[in-house]
Design a protein. Structure first.
Lengths: 192, 262
């Protein structure tokens, strides 16, 4: 698959738009999955897919074949998703701050406890809780975690991709796992 | 070996631990750590259960259809987009001005135009068409990015503390150079409506770019007022839509129509 993409990349670089079309067709679904896991939102994920390929096309000359084309696309998609979720998060924070300055403290003081497993029906409720738990991660934590957990990138690769270095990436993943455990352990019934 | 920390477990779970063997042998002997690791596994496996909306086999083709018109033609691999887009915009400017001047001077001569003149005009028309299209794509992207910055600031609310606008500030700074170029091009080609929107946009972009990274509520309101008083977000949105419409139309230029008549 990558061999075919390699040829297409060369042809796309020299102006063959059909070759670029092949690359778009080949990688769109994977980029969508990554983007959805990062943003947690279908419309945002669609935006990320489009923007990733437009940016990739503009930067084709910067692509170096030492990393695979899909990893390079992941890098672009991750960074754009990260920008997007940071902006969204800040936007939401501002809205919250503006609309309910006093209520925020009360909300924060409520423990993130969930109903006991006996009250939960597995299936959609589990998914919903997982989504909520993912939304509680900071943009950096979420991005690092998604790339490690779902996309199987090594911590070193993630550090390179996000430009944060391996150590900071490792700590983002640790924090993400801690938060997920805190949110999801009551659900899966394995209190620490 | 003392008990295994959560961080060690996380690395072990993802196969990135340098001490896998000792962890494995500790797990074999320590019930407390086994239980701890099972709990971690359970949670992380549960995370996998969150569904991702499915996209069918034709999704890639659909994405291509959506972006195809925004993908600029590449002419030379060593020329990067951000280098040649402004250069092409400048070329459009020159070709428009030159085209207008030459059209004026050629009017009396059209009756005696030779076949070779027609061929040259046809080639020029085709070049102009390509340049116009490249400019449209570049301006379309520029307006979209500008719109994002303006919308973010318009929808922001400062609350009591200061507000971090470093991302918007950086984007405004990045957009300024392109905006200047497009505004000058529009002005020179006599497109005063576009030039006027870009002019307004430039003033606001300058203010955003020169704002502190953290603004007070009053400073934010000031920026919002500037955006709103000029109806800027609306104008940029409308202009962006027009540009996108133009991109999707087959380009037939005035020059081309004239050439066909000749």
């Amino acid at each position: 698959m990558e061999v075919e993409a390699g040829g297409a990349v060369e042809r796309a670089r020299s102006g063959d738009s059909d070759a670029f079309r092949l690359l778009v067709e080949q990688h769109s679904r994977a980029i969508f999955r990554l983007a959805f896991r990062m943003t947690g939102n279908e419309q945002d994920a669609e935006d990320v897919v489009q923007e990733t390929f437009l940016r990739a096309y503009k930067q084709l000359d910067k692509y170096e074949a030492r990393s695979s084309f899909s990893t390079w696309l992941y890098r672009i998609a991750s960074n754009y998703s990260l920008d997007l979720i940071r902006m969204r998060k800040r936007h939401e924070d501002r809205r919250e701050r503006g609309s309910d300055e006093e209520g925020r403290d009360i909300l924060q003081s409520i423990p993130l406890d969930t109903p006991g497993p006996d009250r939960l029906v597995y299936g959609s409720q589990v998914s919903e809780r997982v989504n909520e738990a993912m939304n509680e991660l900071s943009p950096q934590e979420r991005t690092a975690f998604v790339l490690r957990h779902f996309e199987g990138l090594s911590i070193e690769e993630i550090g390179e991709t996000l430009g944060t270095g391996a150590n900071a990436t490792k700590h983002s993943i640790f924090r993400a796992v801690q938060k997920l455990r805190r949110s999801l352990e009551p659900l899966v019934g394995t209190a620490r | 070996m003392s008990h295994i920390s959560e961080e060690q477990f996380v690395l072990f779970y993802y196969g990135e631990s340098a001490e896998s063997r000792s962890i494995e042998s500790h797990l074999a002997d320590c019930e407390a750590c086994r239980s701890e690791f099972r709990s971690l596994q359970l949670v992380l496996n549960t995370v996998n259960s969150a569904p991702v909306p499915e996209r069918g086999a034709g999704y890639g083709a659909e994405v291509w259809r959506r972006i195809e018109k925004r993908v600029p033609r590449r002419t030379h691999r060593s020329l990067r987009w951000y280098i040649w887009a402004p250069a092409m915009a400048a070329l459009v400017l020159v070709s428009f001005v030159a085209g207008r001047l030459s059209q004026r001077s050629l009017v009396p001569a059209t009756t005696v135009a030779t076949n070779s003149t027609s061929a040259t005009n046809a080639a020029n028309a085709a070049n102009t068409k390509v340049r116009e299209r490249i400019l449209l794509v570049a301006v379309g992207d520029h307006l979209e990015r500008s719109q994002m910055v303006l919308a973010e600031l318009t929808n922001a609310s400062g609350g009591k503390g200061k507000l971090d606008i470093s991302d918007e500030r950086q984007m405004a700074e990045d957009l300024l150079d392109d905006n200047r170029l497009y505004r000058q091009t529009a002005r020179s080609t006599g497109d005063s409506a576009v030039a006027s929107v870009l002019d307004d946009l430039e003033r606001v972009l300058i203010d955003i770019a020169h704002s502190p990274t953290e603004v007070s509520n009053a400073q934010l309101e000031d920026l919002q007022q500037q955006i709103e008083s000029r109806g800027l977000l609306f104008k940029v949105r409308v202009l962006g839509t027009k540009v996108r419409d133009q991109q999707s139309k087959p380009a037939v230029t005035v020059t081309e129509k004239n050439t066909k008549r000749l």
